[in-house]
Design a protein around this ligand. Sequence first.
Ligand code: PFF
Length: 454
Amino acid sequence: MFILAAAGSAVGLGNIWKFPYITGENGGGAFVLMYLVCILAIGIPIMMAEIMLGRRGRKSPINTMRDLAAADGLNPAWGLLGWMGVLAGVLILSYYSVIAGWALAYVFRAGAGLFNGLDAKGVGDLFGGLVGSPEKLLAWHSIFMFMTMLVVAQGVKNGLEKAVRWLMPMLFVLMLVMVGYAMNTGAFDKGLDFLFSMRFGEVFHACETIDGTQICEFSWQPLLIAMGHAFFTLSLGMGAIMVYGSYMPKRASIAAASIWIAIADTSVALLAGMAIFPIVFANGLEPGSGPGLIFQTLPLAFGHMPYGQLFGTLFFVLLVFAAWTSAISLIEPAVAWLVENRGYSRLRASVVSGVIVWLVGIGTVFSFNLWSGDQYKLFGKTFFDLLDFLTANIMLPLGGVLIAIFAGWLMSRAASEDELKLAHPALYVTWRFLVRFITPLAVFIVMLNALGVF
Ligand code: PFF
């Protein structure tokens, strides 16, 4: 059940929506390689650390961090780490819900047969008609937030785990069907080449459009984006996995769970890439076209494949479901804290946090229409872009490093050895080495480089 809930949190829009579009924006194969290395060397060890802290503390992240720090005679200010997690969860969910709203809208567009026979322009118009309308986006965002808070208000999640058990494998199978379709587009080789061939020369530059001209220069930013995405896609660095760790039974293996979750999560992302890029190239679309990428490619496939109307509807239903299980984990740290420390009922805690998230989400709604013009941008980024950058590339890695430092340097060796119970001493030594040295150094070097500090 723990693995299902954590996989439900990890697999979401990050895999199917975000991974393909940031891969497209950052030149393909070399970016994918950096992301995979980050999952292995940074993501898995930090996931083990985060689950471990959660299982030892068994409270909401803020209280867990404070208690564990107190138990080892450390400064209670470690509770601030929990606070940053709550804030990151609220900010991420605010835009996550808007994008999930797009997927929800597409369930009905697919069901009504609107994709049938469309060409690339038709699909682009359909997407433009949705995101260009603040009223529509606001409505779908509101519906998705309502769905999320409905589940959160009921507390943990009986029906949900059963649903994850069935629907996640279905999503996986449907991704395979999509890859099967992509094989027949005539551009499968080109898609795979984009996804897996290394062209390091094309990766390390950042382009900005200022007054209509594109300016590109050398930049470490793609590495930061790959690393940030490793945290985002595995739900690390903000306490979501810590909350689930607090429900994990003592005898279950933390290492095995972490590895399974990482494998499941990464396979979904790679399948999404293998389904989408062949469609991109077969239709002369632009791989770097941004957050609309899956909404402008997959409908082309559904519009032309046998039973496309059925598959399309099912696909977007499953995507909404995947987003839903992630959204619940994004708000759980905030709700758990309100219940534990403020004495709120779950219902009241859900309403309060849900309303705050919904309000912040309006900024993202406007980012795609009313506020999409240059005069509303900061550093060339819309409100949505800024929020995404700040959370995924700064807050989550920072939270992850603090978790690694806590688990590797401050918690006693006996405690972490006892909690992890790794089958072989060499595995423990490797894990400890990674969280003590490699992860903190890697994250800081990448972050400071990309932000231009050195
Ligand atoms: N991992 C989710 C995804 O890939 O869609 C997003 C997410 C969920 C990020 C929970 C962070 C989190 F705590």
